[in-house]
Ligand binder design. Structure first.
Ligand code: TXA
Ligand code: MG
Length: 331
């Protein structure tokens, strides 16, 4: 990114020791900041749910620093998982695999599976390595709200209750990891994210998506796919119409609205604020800037945020997923 912030080596060491003691640490990954806890310490994990205000039916991702840590967490690594790991780890891909009993039920919301990810961020990996334990971490924001891509976002989310934060500047990818389940005969996409579906398909063939409302018995198959998520503090309305259809670019009413768009349309009407995610239409840049833009807009006295749809290829699918869920809360 533009500037390089690095936590001091002593701060990383102190944070690793805090994790080992069962305390919480907010840390950077390439996707978003995570709120980490010792994954095998159920008391520490309970504190994550409490601080986030996260319902206990929504399981956490366990972060590791090296592939060798995987065997202690999962029963089986099927062939498709091996290929995905070779291609995409370290990186923004989370794999859901059959869990071992060492992983507390609280981490996985009593599911028989555990989500594991090896982040592509030197500070995250250094922290996890020094802690010497796997680290359970959801995004470091209050449940259902906009995810954090800077340390300031984490501070804004938790205020006085904020845990220790390792600040390494803005996150490079900006949307959360892609979540793929390998618990069934065929891989299933549970959440679009930093690794586009097209890249996965090139490695393991077609991947079916799980419907947002899909449930397995009483348990939400991918609880993070709850429709109301990423809700900004002002309503968000997603303009209808595909990328090729003409879209309305005047505010929906006369009160001050903000506009969120990939590229600023030639005529933006009378919006009180405009957030252009990438002047060159680059989806990677747009993903990296999405959550910060939403946070800037939600802080202003706006009637709402009017978002223009993006083409759903590459990272556009993950961006549109976040915008749809942000909009779902507002209806
Ligand atoms: O990029 C990311 O994935 C970030 C950084 C911090 O690593 N983490 C993140 O965590 O986004 P969180 O808790 O906000 O989202 C975790 C997602 C949720 O949708 C959750 O339902 C799903 O992973 N998940 C976790 N364990 C699962 C399991 N055993 N089966 C199905 N879905 C699972
Ligand atoms: Mg989250």
């Amino acid at each position: 990114m533009e500037h390089t912030v690095q936590p001091a080596a002593a701060d990383v060491a102190a944070a690793a020791a805090a994790l080992r003691r069962g305390e919480l640490v907010a840390f950077p990954t390439e996707t978003v900041y995570g709120l980490g806890a010792h994954a095998l310490d159920a008391r520490a994990v309970a504190a994550v749910f409490a601080l986030k205000g996260r319902p206990r039916f929504d399981p956490l991702i366990v972060h590791i620093a090296d592939v060798e840590q995987l065997d202690a967490l999962v029963e089986d690594v099927p062939e498709a998982a091996v290929r995905l790991i070779e291609q995409f780890w370290p990186g923004p891909l989370t794999l859901v695999l059959p869990k071992r009993s060492a992983v507390p039920e609280l981490v996985t919301a009593n599911l028989a599976s555990v989500a594991v990810r090896l982040p592509d961020h030197p500070v995250a990996r250094d922290l996890i390595r020094q802690a010497g334990v796997p680290v359970a971490a959801p995004s470091a924001n209050r449940f259902g709200k906009v995810s954090p891509t800077t340390a300031d976002h984490v501070r804004d989310s938790f205020g006085a209750a904020c845990p220790l934060i390792l600040d390494a500047g803005p996150c490079r990818v900006g949307v959360e990891s892609t979540v793929v389940s390998l618990c069934d005969s065929a891989p299933r996409l549970l959440r679009p994210g930093g690794i586009p579906r097209e890249a996965l398909t090139a490695v393991v063939g077609p991947i079916e998506s799980v419907e947002r409302s899909a449930r397995t018995g009483d348990v939400v198959a991918a609880p993070g796919m709850l429709a109301s998520h990423y809700a900004p503090q002002v309503p968000l309305r997603l303009a209808s119409g595909g990328a090729l259809a003409p879209v309305q670019v005047d505010p929906p009413d006369t009160r001050p609205w903000g506009l969120l768009c990939l590229r600023r349309p030639p005529r933006v009407g009378s919006f009180a604020a405009v957030e252009e995610l990438s002047a060159s239409g680059d989806l990677q840049e747009a993903a990296a800037r999405l959550f910060a833009a939403l946070r800037r807009l939600e802080k202003q006295p706006l009637a709402g945020i009017y978002a223009l749809p993006l083409a759903e290829h590459g990272l556009g699918a993950a961006i549109m997923d976040r915008l749809r869920r942000a909009a779902a809360e507002s209806h």
